[in-house]
Design a protein around this ligand. Structure first.
Ligand code: NAD
Length: 462
């Protein structure tokens, strides 16, 4: 249910007043809110799973694992480490400034805005909101209008479980988001496509507000000649067809050594059948495309491809169903190779070796994720050294995002800034430099009138 444009200004103002009153600073308040968010996830699970099923046919097991449990596990990490993360850090003091005490103090930024997309509608809203709370901020969350039932379920649960003086969920579409963006926030955390990312950054520039942009891109998979094809096929197919390919870090396309191409495609066909049966449309474990617009876009890619459909290819518009699909014989200029696919279509391109694959990836925009399947360490190193990306999975796909110790974020057009684990706390904190000196001694060496001797002494002490 839309919040209403008129409600935005008073909501932001009330959060600012709360922040100024200092309610959110004590670690106890933060812990209590994080625990309340865990209760929201556990007790609200049936409501959230039902809403995600209704919005996009998200299978319950997938939704539990990739939407709810991941947030819960990250909150556990926050609760375990908050005390240590929030502790002032000592910094070294050069001789010339001694005696003195230098510390870095983590302060909350103030009022944060979190704008989320639809594909992991709980995870991508609540995890950054939890990081903002963990760092002591007030926060406004804006779920996606494309998953309306989930948006309303989260808004209702947030009102029930969280401290509404400091944590709010504003529902609505682009209009509400743009209304929010007119206001001054102390940080904006946006997840979604790069086009809206630019709108967010422009709006933030009006207030000189720092932004974190979690965007997408075409995440490649490189399969070297010495890869374990069985495992590669299973892990690529799982990462690709999870949530029907609507995952920001899903494998977008595969560059496979020409010697392995046939074997890989055959294995992918077997794996798809073993995961989803001979008719994936009947599988309770396979999701649907979020709306008709995205369904038509994906079918358009299938219709326009110059490649060959090696697996799947079927679709049913009334159900927004597109089968797990593998395309072969793909040319780099094929329409599926232009933008991020964000659906269950996997183009396979064959390469003569990893040198060609690395050159291909390095000549394209920096992706959010890169995957390499290889046995030899040197092959993996060669790929890592010749490319860049937000993150990397070696002999795996997607699961790198579930490691709280690893920062999650893009680079270049796939995003800026990161979160997860300590990095989330840092993203929503200001590292304030505090240097304090005793009033005595106060040697006159640094004060005018300057002299050659004073200069010599200062140089020696620096
Ligand atoms: P979306 O359409 O739900 O949009 C995201 C948010 O932007 C929504 O809250 C929406 O209200 C708002 N929005 C949309 N149009 C707007 C406008 N004109 N002005 C202001 N706000 C507007 O989601 P999406 O962009 O389709 O999400 C998919 C994209 O997000 C893919 O590119 C995917 O790779 C990327 N993504 C990235 C991550 C990541 O963590 N890096 C995660 C998920 C998705």
């Amino acid at each position: 249910m839309k919040t209403g444009l008129d409600a935005v200004a008073p909501a932001v103002a009330s959060l600012r007043a709360t922040f100024d009153d200092g309610l959110t600073r004590p670690l106890d308040w933060r812990r209590e809110q994080l625990r309340a968010m865990q209760r929201l996830l556990i007790e609200g699970e049936p409501e959230l799973l039902g809403a995600m099923q209704s919005d996009m046919g998200k299978p319950a097991v997938e939704a539990r694992l990739t939407d709810l449990s991941i947030v819960n596990a990250e909150i556990d990490v926050m609760l375990r480490h908050l005390e240590r993360w929030a502790r002032p850090e000592r910094a070294g003091v050069p001789l010339v400034q001694q005696p003195g005490h230098a510390t870095i103090v983590h302060e909350p930024l103030g009022v944060a805005l979190v704008i989320a997309p639809w594909n992991y509608p709980v995870h991508l809203l609540l995890l950054p909101m939890a990081a903002a709370i963990c760092a002591g901020n007030c926060v406004v969350g804006k779920p996606s209008e494309l998953t309306p039932k989930t948006s309303t379920a989260i808004a209702n649960l947030a009102r029930r479980y969280l401290d509404t003086r400091a944590v709010l969920v504003v529902e609505g579409g682009p209009e509400e988001t743009q209304e929010l963006l007119r206001h001054r926030f102390d940080t904006i955390f946006y997840t979604g496509n790069g086009k809206v990312g630019r709108i967010v950054m422009e709006a933030a520039a009006q207030h000189l507000t720092p932004v974190t942009l979690e965007l997408g891109g075409k995440s490649p998979v490189l399969v070297a000649a010495d890869a374990d094809v069985d495992t590669a096929a299973r892990r690529i197919a799982w990462g690709k067809y999870l949530n029907a390919g609507q995952t920001c870090v899903a494998p977008d396309y595969v560059l496979v050594h020409e010697r392995l191409e046939t074997a890989l495609v055959d294995k992918l066909r077997d794996v798809v059948r073993s995961f989803y049966g001979s008719d994936p449309r009947q599988s309770p474990d396979y999701a649907r495309i979020v709306n008709e617009r995205h369904f038509d876009r994906l079918c358009g890619l299938l219709a326009a491809t110059s490649g060959h459909v090696a697996v799947g290819g079927e679709s049913t518009r009334s159900e927004r169903y597109i089968a797990p699909t593998v395309l072969t014989g793909i040319h780099p200029d094929d329409p599926v190779m232009e933008d991020e696919i964000f659906g269950p279509i996997l183009p396979i391109l064959s390469v003569r070796g990893m040198v060609e694959a690395v050159r291909f990836v390095a000549s394209r925009p920096k992706p959010l994720a890169l995957y390499v399947f290889a046995s030899a360490r040197e092959t993996v190193d060669q790929v890592l050294q010749g490319t860049t990306s937000g993150g990397v999975g070696v002999n795996c796909t997607v699961v790198q995002v579930a490691i709280p110790g690893l920062p999650f974020g893009g680079v270049g057009p796939s995003g800026m800034g990161a979160y997860h684990g300590r990095q989330g706390f840092e993203t929503f904190s200001h590292r304030r430099a505090v240097f304090s000196k005793p009033t005595r001694p106060d040697p006159p060496v640094q004060y005018p009138p300057y002299s050659k001797v004073k200069e010599w002494v200062l140089k020696k002490l620096m």
